[in-house]
Design a binder for this molecule. Structure first.
Ligand code: SAH
Ligand code: SF4
Length: 311
């Protein structure tokens, strides 16, 4: 900004950071999904994804942490371990990078990391996105997905913002869930259900359950019955996500696999037969390892290094 005096420029530079991250690669899936590899100031790498609706608008999928401490066995990010929380600025910069590719209409906090373990910085970032002096985005257009942190759900219910909330349930059989999602041991299902009821009551927002479907593991009748029991009284939608392959992930010595078409069909029928409303998440971004649970796989294609153009 050469129209500002030199002293003021120096003063601004010493007090503020305009860009804290750099774009190190950009990958585009034939289905239109764009994945950005972003390098943070300290060399940590995160990813952000833009899912396009084909009509020039998109959903931004943002990361909240570098790596993830939750350690879900089916997730690439979980297999990386935890590096650190992202700052509010680092969360917002992802939005700006994506928004410069195509207009973002919705935001999902479903990238790398567990958002409710970084709630203060996430809250600051969302505050700026929602503020009319900031981006003026409506909280209705934002979904936060959590592996199920009881305290975080209650904190979000009490102090806001009133975003849409999605719980990654994956299994409602506690013993299996805890083997798949070790964070469940500290956040038992009965307490999670109470926290979801509390969230719905406080915010008036229906929550969503997400279930990653793993072939041979969580698509049977018992699972459907347990899921329906967990969902009863909550009045919600269950979002089924067939597992997106991640090379090298094994569960108790056996490789994970996608559900077969028959497993998917039968499980869907079992859930519908129990009165549950379902949606199926389309596997966008698989060709660039940009679909749910695949973030953190290194598949690079060179791109020029630029700053954060939106800031
Ligand atoms: N940490 C948060 C948000 C990021 S993960 C959470 O777990 O909810 C976003 C979604 O991707 C979650 O519902 C998670 O269960 C799902 N997921 C993780 N690994 C996956 C995989 N390999 N295939 C499909 N979905 C996956
Ligand atoms: Fe973390 Fe979510 Fe992956 Fe689990 S599924 S390891 S909580 S990013």
């Amino acid at each position: 900004m050469s129209d500002l005096g030199k002293d003021l420029r120096e003063e601004l530079e010493s007090r503020f950071t305009l860009r804290s991250s750099g774009l190190s690669a950009e990958l585009t899936d034939p289905d239109g999904t764009v994945k950005l590899l972003i390098e943070l100031r300290d060399g940590q790498r995160i990813e952000a994804v833009l899912l396009s609706d084909g009509e020039g608008r998109g959903t931004a999928c943002l990361s909240s942490q570098a790596g993830c401490p939750a350690g879900c066995v089916f997730c690439k990010t979980g297999s990386l371990g935890f590096s650190r929380n992202l700052s509010s600025g680092e969360i917002i910069e992802q939005f700006f990078y994506l928004n410069s590719r195509s207009a973002v209409s919705n935001i999902v906090i479903m990238g790398m990391g567990e958002p409710l373990l970084n709630l203060e910085e996430l809250r600051r970032a969302l505050g700026i996105l929602f503020d009319p002096r900031g981006l003026g985005i409506s909280p209705r257009r934002v979904t936060v997905s959590t592996s199920g942190i009881v305290e975080g759900i209650r904190d979000l219910a009490d102090k806001g913002p009133p975003v849409r909330l999605a719980l990654s349930l994956t299994s409602a059989r506690e013993e299996l869930r805890n083997r798949l999602m070790p964070i469940g041991r500290e956040n038992p299902l009965p307490l999670l259900k109470e926290a979801l009821l509390y969230y719905q009551k406080k915010t008036g927002r229906r929550v969503t359950l997400e279930a990653v479907l793993l072939g041979g593991l969580n698509t049977g009748k018992e699972e459907a019955a347990a899921m329906a029991a967990f969902a009863s009284g909550l009045g919600l939608i269950v979002n089924l996500i067939p597992w997106n392959p991640v090379e090298g992930l094994v569960f108790e010595g056996r490789p994970l696999r996608e559900p077969s078409p028959a497993e998917l069909r039968n499980f869907t029928a079992e859930l519908e037969g129990r009165g549950l409303k379902l949606s199926l998440r389309y596997r966008k971004g698989r060709a660039i390892a940009g679909a749910c649970g695949q973030l953190g796989q290194i598949r690079r294609q060179p791109a020029p290094r630029t700053g954060c153009q939106g800031l």
